[in-house]
Design a protein around this ligand. Sequence first.
Ligand code: FES
Ligand code: FES
Length: 161
Amino acid sequence: MGSRHDLAVTVNGRRHERTVPARTSLADFLRDDLGLTGTRLGCEHGVCGCCTVLLDGDPVRSCIVLAAQAHDRDVTTVEGLGDPAGGLSPLQEAFCETHALQCGYCTSGMLIAAEALLRETAEPTREEIDAAIGGNLCRCTGYVQIREAIALAATRRNGDG
Ligand code: FES
Ligand code: FES
């Protein structure tokens, strides 16, 4: 049996302690150990972006991050974006309103990438939106409504919409 690591990690504000095999990816840990299946797996080698989560506030591809690398750090998944009462966040609402998803497989990663952008940049330009989601593949939408959703969410976060 391979080596194992003791892991203490805060996910969506809740601390978890587990012992995990050294080779467990953060994505598998979130999905299989914590049951947070909102984080999707597509390519599983760092290309498609659908497994994106925030690690200490920065977007990372959780399929190529080891769970052990998240020790003593904060992770936010799509389940952590909504309000604590269970409602959708303004960003999630904007995705719904603008029809920014079809099959929805890319959506968790898109939302996390967009959330990271909006936390850093209150009024992103079209180019900044494109750069933020440039590593997230969507095979359905053509990206137009996704850009629209992020711009709408930015407007609302600024109290203008
Ligand atoms: S599943 Fe992680 S980047 Fe594609
Ligand atoms: S909505 Fe289907 S992959 Fe993006």
